[in-house]
Design a protein around this ligand. Structure first.
Ligand code: MEV
Length: 338
């Protein structure tokens, strides 16, 4: 995916990429961000969803084996794993589970030396871009790299989900699959299939600058479903239909239809209560600037908007309009024909 950062993008803060497997005492793992095109929230109830990798935003983990003690070094916290703040619980889980599954239980339990896990990430946290899943994937890859063992896709998925369950309770698995995907996918109940992209899809991304908690967003949809089961299920079913129909529109490269589907999906996500004033304003600004359609992506309640543009120059114009509507930063992602 060719992805061009505009305005101030955290992509510029990406850590230097190290050579995996270069040192027997050091393991390196990298994973990219993701964006959901269609089907978020409905996917939690078994509906299909469509998602893409976002390669320009990455998380990197380096595990260095050394003297006793298991430590983390990151922008959020540096110190012993067992003293990490509660918000790092998914990361701690990923570290311990990955070391153990990689055959490095002695390091996980600090009985045979120790390790320091250094994490750097350019993926903004709690913005619906799969930051927690990508960090878990990077840690899993680093642990297996350190062990010199092959990491198969199902073990990777399990390890990410183990960490995601601590982060979000009941993750559908779409983030875990998409941060390990190399192209656009249809996700359904844990299984993935690549989808055909008939013509390059140019998306203008906008970060509201506001975090959105996936656990809270999923919980609020669940609460709505308990209060108004029929109405909520009808809305979730429509999200599922939109996701399924979008596969043909993406395959034929019908940008107008893809955009219209995104705008309809956004209005439904608004009705199920996971949009926000800022997200709605940015979506409206993108459409007023000529986007074929726009929607929030991921859990919502904050996070990011994606908008369908006609060209890179058009994506720049849409990005400028979205910044005027309150976006903290914008960038362009091209989903290549495949
Ligand atoms: C989060 O990226 C997508 C949600 O559908 C939650 C999930 O699928 O686990 C909101």
């Amino acid at each position: 995916m060719s992805q061009t950062p505009h305005a101030e993008s955290r992509a510029s803060q990406a850590a230097p990429v190290s050579e995996p497997g270069a040192d027997a005492r050091r393991g390196v793992g990298i994973a990219h961000a993701k964006a959901i095109l269609f089907g978020e929230h409905a996917v939690v109830y078994g509906a299909p969803a469509i998602a893409i990798p976002v390669d320009s935003l990455t998380a990197e983990a380096i595990i260095e084996a050394g003297p006793p003690g298991l430590g983390i070094a990151s922008s959020l916290y540096t110190g012993p794993v067992d003293g990490a703040p509660a918000r790092l619980a998914p990361v701690v889980t990923a570290i311990k589970a990955s070391l153990e599954r990689a055959g490095l239980a002695g390091l996980a339990h600090e009985t045979e030396g120790g390790a320091v896990v250094t994490i750097t990430s350019s993926i903004p946290h709690e913005r619906g871009l799969g930051s927690s899943a990508a960090v878990a994937a990077a840690i899993a890859r680093a642990a297996f790299d350190l062990a010199g063992t092959e990491l198969d896709s199902e073990t990777l998925f399990d390890l990410i989900q183990t960490s995601e369950r601590v982060a979000h309770g009941k993750p559908s698995g779409i983030d875990a699959r998409t941060v390990a995907a190399t192209g656009a996918i249809r996700f359904n109940r844990g299984a993935v299939a690549p989808i055909h992209i008939g013509a390059p899809l140019i998306l203008a991304f906008a970060d509201t600058g506001h975090p959105g908690s996936t656990a809270q967003a999923v919980g609020s949809v669940q609460a709505l479903r308990e209060r108004e089961p029929e109405a909520t299920d009808a809305l979730l079913s429509r999200l599922a239909e939109i996701a399924e129909h979008s596969i043909a529109d993406l395959a034929s490269g019908d940008r107008t239809a893809v955009g219209a589907a995104m705008s309809e999906a956004h209005s439904i996500l608004h009705r199920v209560g996971v949009s926000s004033e800022r997200l709605d304003a940015i979506v409206a600004a993108a459409c007023a600037a000529g986007a074929a359609g726009a929607k929030l992506t991921g859990g919502g309640l904050g996070g990011c908007v994606i908008a369908v543009a006609d060209s890179d120059a058009h994506a720049d114009e849409i990005g400028a309009a979205m910044r005027l509507a309150g976006a903290e930063r914008t960038w362009t992602v091209e989903v290549p024909a495949a």
